[in-house]
Design a binder for this molecule. Structure first.
Ligand code: NAP
Length: 282
């Protein structure tokens, strides 16, 4: 079995195998904002997609020419090469546990795109039969940042359990061929780095939204950045944000660091103010 499960350092790498990429049949679980966004590029590249979701997306799927399955059993029994999990972080366990995965006969590659990585890796390894391949990915972009193409946007991935390298490379090629920066990294390393980058920026964006900051007629460039941060983070669902916290074991520490750093900056300001006041009173 060729399985690479513990690359602990991040590195840009090419995922290509020597064989030409295959056209894949991709079954998408969770056809919300992000599932739809990914499907459009996959369809454009000539892959076959089908979808299932909690909400009835039959009409939208009809327009996209994507077969929509209300019932998960025929969806799983269709001839999928890849099952692409695009559900929310919070619903992952519930969604996977509601599927008769242990009865699957066809060998498939299960891929997730969740914004945390240790959690889906653990759940997938727990619920899937041993003969299913597992690739954990995180496209570090979304419908807004990727609306003009995916060039140079990072795709972080770990080949958790991959026997069929050609099928896995063909899947990764979807991102490579759009110009993504391919970053192979362990799920643990991803979560450590993401807690200090993505979760932090989402938290600050949410705090700014809580404060109700708005663009003004005298924006500095830095303030414009803050307004954009507020807008981009609040465009994502609160489920996504809370998932980044609940299912990343490194996030709680970063929230505490943020709180302590805020307090330190505040104390420095108050100290300086009282020094100035004592000076002006002499
Ligand atoms: P999201 O709010 O994180 O997830 C929405 C999806 O989860 C929908 O497909 C929804 O199904 C499904 N869902 C939510 N609760 C459910 C439940 N109780 N039972 C069954 N299904 C449930 O929003 P998203 O932006 O579409 O993100 C999807 C995934 O992609 C997330 O894991 C996120 O971390 C990841 N991701 C998102 C982005 C991004 O920019 N948005 C970027 C990278 C990765 P219905 O639509 O059928 O209700």
């Amino acid at each position: 079995m060729s399985s690479s499960s513990s690359s602990s350092s991040s590195s840009s790498s090419s995922s290509s195998s020597s064989l030409p990429p295959q056209t894949l049949k991709i079954g998408i679980v969770g056809f919300g904002t992000f599932g739809q966004f990914l499907a459009k590029t996959m369809i454009k590249q000539g892959h076959t997609t089908r979808a299932t979701s909690r909400t009835d997306y039959s009409q939208l799927c009809h327009q996209l020419d994507v077969p929509f399955f209300r019932d998960v059993i025929p969806f799983l029994e269709a001839d999928n090469d890849v099952i692409l999990i695009c559900t929310s972080i919070l619903s992952l366990s519930e969604v996977l546990n509601s599927m008769p995965l242990r009865r699957l006969k066809r060998h498939m590659l299960f891929v997730d795109v969740l914004s945390v990585k240790e959690h889906p890796r653990n759940v997938l390894l727990q619920v899937l039969p041993e003969n299913m391949d597992v690739l954990c990915t995180h496209p570090m972009f979304g419908p807004e940042s990727g609306k003009n193409g995916w060039k140079d946007l990072p795709l972080v991935y770990e080949k958790v359990r991959v026997r069929d390298e050609t099928r896995c490379s063909s899947f990764l090629h979807i991102f490579e061929s759009e110009g993504c920066r391919m970053v192979e990294m362990s799920c643990e390393e991803h979560d450590k780095v993401a807690a200090r980058s993505q979760f932090l920026s989402h938290s600050i964006g949410r705090i700014l939204a809580e404060m109700g900051i708005e663009s003004t007629s005298m924006n500095t460039k830095s303030f414009e950045t803050l307004v954009k941060l507020k807008e981009s983070t609040t465009n994502d669902s609160f489920d996504l944000f809370s998932g980044l916290f609940i299912h990343n074991r490194f996030a709680q520490q970063e929230l505490m660091n943020l709180e302590q750093s805020f307090e330190k900056v505040k104390q420095r300001l108050l100290k300086k103010m009282s020094e100035q006041q004592s000076l002006s009173s002499v």
